[in-house]
Write a protein that binds this ligand. Structure first.
Ligand code: DX5
Ligand code: ZN
Length: 214
């Protein structure tokens, strides 16, 4: 499976977001990871559809929109209209029936569907929707902030998921050259990384390092 790198703009300089996106785009990013937080599901507030729409104008890369919000079904439409290509919803925020219905809508609209789970949520919680999603986003930190340390137990979780799921597996939180290597070996093929990429002097080298796990 091709390894894709998805820089999380949560760690970008928002005073010049367009340049920051260009910087990672020119350095070989495959996707732009957009962290949407509502101050309810997670203790932080970040980005809404308005910013997604602005990003849509300045990059051709797929926008990988990670919804860390309660009642995602209320807002999904607006994020799609704004130009999202991939939408991830947390299994902690939506019941299985509503998730399946929404995943069907997303498929009709040619938007890729992802399900995410927190570090303390077991894989059994997402099993009922694995047939409805294009990818699973495994949280390797508790969502809310960039720059946290990778939780080692995520490696085993990715391994177990890879044994039962053939789609894309994304890993998000605490990704650096070392943790990327472990996540890839366990079966992940999309790496969402914020601080490691945006804090790097050489962004291209940082992206290549995590892509090749060295
Ligand atoms: C955490 C977000 C992550 C975060 C990753 O709540 O979902 O995408 O921005 O940042 P780093 O790579 O710095 O852990
Ligand atoms: Zn994220």
């Amino acid at each position: 499976m091709k390894i894709k790198v998805a820089p999380s703009i949560l760690s970008a300089d928002f005073s010049c977001l367009a340049e920051e996106v260009k910087r990672v785009e020119n350095a070989g990013a495959d996707l732009i990871h957009v962290d949407v937080m509502d101050g309810h599901f997670v203790p932080n507030i970040t980005i809404g559809p308005l910013v997604v729409r602005a990003l849509r104008k300045i990059t051709a890369l797929p926008l990988d929109v990670h919804l860390m919000i309660e009642n995602p079904q209320k807002y999904v439409d607006r994020f799609i209209e704004a130009g999202s290509n991939m939408i991830t919803m947390h299994i902690e925020t939506i019941d299985v029936g509503s998730f399946k219905k929404l995943a069907g809508d997303l498929r009709n609209r040619k938007v890729l569907t992802g399900v995410s789970l927190n570090p303390d949520t077991g894989l059994e919680k997402i099993k009922p929707v694995l047939g409805d999603v294009d990818f699973v986003l495994v949280m390797s930190v508790f969502p809310g902030f960039g720059g946290q340390e990778f939780i080692q137990a995520s490696v085993e979780k990715i391994k177990q998921l890879r044994a039962i799921f053939k789609g894309d597996i994304s890993v998000d939180g605490g990704i650096n050259d070392n943790t990327a290597k472990q996540a890839i070996a366990a079966g992940a093929n999309i790496l969402a990384a914020g601080s490691y990429i945006f804090a790097a002097k050489d962004v291209k080298q940082a992206i290549e390092r995590i892509r090749h796990g060295n």
